[in-house]
Design a protein around this ligand. Structure first.
Ligand SMILES: Cc1ncc(COP(=O)(O)OP(=O)(O)O)c(N)n1
Ligand SMILES: Cc1ncsc1CCOP(=O)(O)O
Length: 539
């Protein structure tokens, strides 16, 4: 019959034990197919062969009715007995070459992989597709001994598969609220390969309304795939929001001016979970540029807030409320609000490294902002070390390359602060050379920059939504040009600092600190445009 062509967009793995009480398996299956499931795998772990064959046979009658391919978990005999399209096997099941010999070239054979080397072998051995996982913890299978890949780990596997023709679905703990994070965060850093779809048990099987559950997941996956296809293969995840103008330094500076006006006109609410040292200065900086700060940290508070805020800043300088950070960030993704992550001193302790890993596997940041030591730690470079919250040494040999690579790896805009600031969305790199050395003499100036980046990312989103038909990409985590938002935060802070430092009444850090607040308040787009020193760096 020839090999089936499979659309892997929404892959249902069955699990009768997860059905809601009273829900019939076949009824649930049929509803999920009506909702848009594109491929089904019958997975039965503790069942007699006769019963397995019976379930697979009846399942096939239903999948055939909807023209959806059927695969069988592990069991070649059941596959042969019911004439399904193929099998899915794991690393400890029958070896793939042997399964291929037994089944012939036309059978679909999928293999579970967790690492790039397993993916490499899957390609060599002729797998048709791979199931990459577990992405997150799940109640549907005991994966306690397995590394949870998170979107970034899925991306590392996708890198290996690029150009091989082997398709990939991710599996494990995938639900509607983390789906967009997974799809975007797993785009592979260099080749920009992406998932063909997602596999799930409980999100569909556990639902009392599987048709709706499947339709909701399918809409996000379809939307993501459509957007990736229509854009070719852009290296910036934010290119999905198609920049308004060519990205020259002049046009970007002009757009920063527009965002300054947007903030003053719309006063976005900027939710900040930040450290004890800078709460007051950050709130005042937000007010000074015309936005409104809210500094809630409690997990019970932050979910409701997410619907009304313009953007979220998560600065983990004193990591007092990690639960609040986890919930707020996830909600920002769900509500498609910009999320700025400031991983203060992330390289300084094992606890911080672990906390950052946990946060970044739980949500997808829009912007990551840090000094050289922090960016170095996230980029896994040991070129720059930290001493407490500060960087030591003279910085990266090639900072532009580091920010661009990290932006690609993390599918986020990356801002590296220092004497010169570097900003990249993974496509272009900007160098901004404003600021004043007095910024280094007041505590929290880096944190305030993070605050302003969040503020202007909120403005970038508002500007986008007001100026165009919002594009219908349900999988897109944010709408608007976040590169411009990040640049605006950096420029407003550093240009205001220059103006403040030049004032006759500024005698040192104390007077500078108050003058800075005044100049943030007084700064106008024309002055910013005159002083902004931005260049596009070729990498
Ligand atoms: C699509 C998909 N991906 C991964 C798995 C897991 O398969 P395996 O590793 O063989 O584990 P069990 O399913 O047998 O517990 C899968 N079933 N489907
Ligand atoms: C079979 C399997 N393999 C890796 S995780 C997993 C379970 C996926 O179930 P859920 O979608 O409910 O997390």
């Amino acid at each position: 019959m020839g090999k089936a062509t499979i659309d892997y967009s929404l892959y249902l793995v069955t699990g009768r034990e997860f059905l809601p009480p009273g829900k019939d398996y076949y009824e649930s299956l049929e509803e999920s197919l009506q909702g848009g499931v594109t491929v089904v795998q019958v997975r039965e772990k503790n069942i007699d062969t006769g019963k397995f064959i019976e379930i697979a046979r009846r399942t096939k009658e239903i999948t055939d009715k909807y023209g959806v391919p059927l695969l069988i978990n592990d069991r070649i005999d059941v596959h042969l007995a019911v004439g399904s399209h193929g099998i899915h096997i794991g690393q400890t099941d029958m070896p793939l070459p042997l399964a291929r010999t037994l089944l012939g070239p036309d059978a679909i054979i999928g293999l579970s992989v967790s690492t790039p080397s397993e993916a490499q072998l899957a390609v060599q051995q002729g797998a048709d597709y791979v199931g990459i996982g577990p992405v997150w913890a799940t109640g549907s299978k005991d994966v306690s001994a397995k590394v949870k890949l998170a979107p970034e780990g899925v991306g590392r596997v996708l890198e290996i598969l690029a150009g091989t023709g082997v398709e990939a679905v991710a599996i494990g703990g995938i639900h509607l609220p983390n789906l967009a994070q997974l799809l975007h965060g797993s785009i592979s850093p260099t080749s920009r390969n992406h998932l063909s779809g997602i596999a799930t048990i409980s999100d569909i099987v556990g639902s009392p309304t599987p048709k709706d559950a499947a339709a909701a997941l399918r809409a996000v996956v379809d939307s993501f795939k459509r957007a990736r296809k229509s854009l070719g293969n852009p290296s910036s995840v934010f290119s999905l929001s198609s920049p308004e103008e060519p990205r020259s330094a002049e046009s970007l500076i002009r757009q920063v001016g527009v965002l300054m006006e947007v903030v003053r006109k719309h006063t976005p609410l900027v939710h900040q979970i930040t450290n004890n040292v800078v709460i007051n200065d950050s709130a005042n900086a937000t007010l000074a540029v015309g936005a409104s700060p809210i500094m809630a940290t409690n997990a019970r508070d932050v979910a409701d807030l997410s619907k009304v805020i313009g953007a979220l800043l998560i600065n983990f300088g004193t990591i007092t409320d990690k639960e609040g950070m986890l919930v707020a960030g996830r909600q920002a993704n769900v509500n498609r609000k910009p999320l700025v992550f400031d991983p203060v001193a992330v390289g300084a302790t094992a606890y911080r490294r672990e906390a950052s890993r946990e946060l970044l596997s739980h949500w997808q940041p829009t912007v990551i902002k840090g000094n050289a030591a922090e960016i170095g730690a996230l980029a896994e470079s040991n070129e720059v070390l930290s001493r407490g919250v500060d960087s030591v040494g003279s910085g990266f040999t090639d900072p532009a390359k580091v920010v661009k690579a990290l932006a690609q790896k993390r599918a986020a805009v990356v801002v590296l602060t220092g004497v010169e600031d570097y900003i990249s969305d993974g496509e272009i790199v900007l160098k901004a050379s404003n600021g004043h050395e007095l910024l280094g003499n007041i505590t929290g100036s880096g944190c305030m920059t993070g605050t302003l980046v969040a503020t202007f990312c909120a403005a970038a989103r508002l500007h986008y939504l007001a100026s165009k038909e919002p594009f219908e990409d349900l999988s897109q985590l944010v709408q608007g040009d976040m590169l411009v938002g990040a640049l605006a935060g950096v420029l407003v802070m550093t240009v205001a600092a220059e103006v403040a430092a030049a004032r006759g009444d500024v005698k040192g850090p104390g007077t500078f600190r108050s003058a800075l607040l005044d100049e943030l308040y007084n700064l106008r787009p024309e002055v910013l445009a005159q002083r902004a020193n931005v260049t596009v760096v070729q990498v």
